[in-house]
Design a protein around this ligand. Sequence first.
Ligand SMILES: C[S@@+](CC[C@H](N)C(=O)[O-])C[C@H]1O[C@@H](n2cnc3c(N)ncnc32)[C@H](O)[C@@H]1O
Length: 326
Amino acid sequence: MPFARYFERANAHYYARKDPFGRDFTTAPELSQAFGECLGLWSCDLWDLCARPEAALVELGPGRGVLMADALRAAAKIGWRPEVHLVETSPRLRAEQARRVPAAVWHDTVATLPEDRPLIVLANEFFDALPVERWVRTASGWAEQHVGCGADGALALIDLPAPPPPGLPTDAAPGAIVELRPHAERIVGELARRLARQGGAMLIVDYGAEGAIGDTLQAMRGGEPVPLFADPGESDLTAHVDFVPLKRAALDSGCAAFGPIPQGTLLGALGLHERTAALARANPAHAARLQAAALRLTAAQHMGALFKAVAVTGRGWPAPAGFPKP
Ligand SMILES: C[S@@+](CC[C@H](N)C(=O)[O-])C[C@H]1O[C@@H](n2cnc3c(N)ncnc32)[C@H](O)[C@@H]1O
């Protein structure tokens, strides 16, 4: 099968049954409540600048629901108690989310999100979990990687020559790998068309780069990379996000797009350090943990530079907080 299909099936199996947080990996909202609060206030600011419309707050791939719970707590302090919509395929994680955000409405895909109001959409470490197509340059041209049986009968990557999709470089050296995310581009395009029509904004935070950077695929288990086919569906498959095609999908759909900017820059502008200091003063016993988490989230040598943020706004919506104007 094409590698993207394998990725999709393996991760669907993985997330359907597991709560991997703190075991296989940790995400920003799990490190500090200040992360979700900052993203909640980012959303709230847009809602306020737009004269407080009847907007829904949406999250894609909400994990254990921690980010949304923290965002809602911060929003409530400003007087915003939005209807919450969560796009999540994992039954196991939906149950976790329901414990923290019981009033949410769940969706399998973005297609069923409300059509009658602006949407403010948050997506942290969602797109890296979506399938990548892998293209490899061989001596005779481009080939798409598939999963099949190798000579020893074990699962292996098999390169099958195929006409490449538009945009692959013609001068790539043999062995060069390009990872494409058509599935993610479709989701961004679909949401951006909604934002252009209904109003609203989207904040994407993920690890990756501006432009394709080759072979970034990893299988993670227990916090460590493991061999790709060691135990299909039992490790987290992930690859770095190329923000360029995601931004293009948003712009092509009639939205404005901002970034990518480093996560550390965005969180600094949104007041993560001030919020951490306030939390530390109020909870001296947790001060060291909170300060360490803030450093991990913002410092360039930790998550502050590898993780980046892109914002998308619908027609007539203001520029979002924390981003320089394009
Ligand atoms: C890496 S986790 C990120 C969790 C959360 N955003 C956080 O920051 O803690 C990926 C999330 O996306 C969900 N997910 C993966 N593929 C999905 C898909 N195709 N549709 C909806 N959710 C998906 C997973 O179940 C999980 O909740």
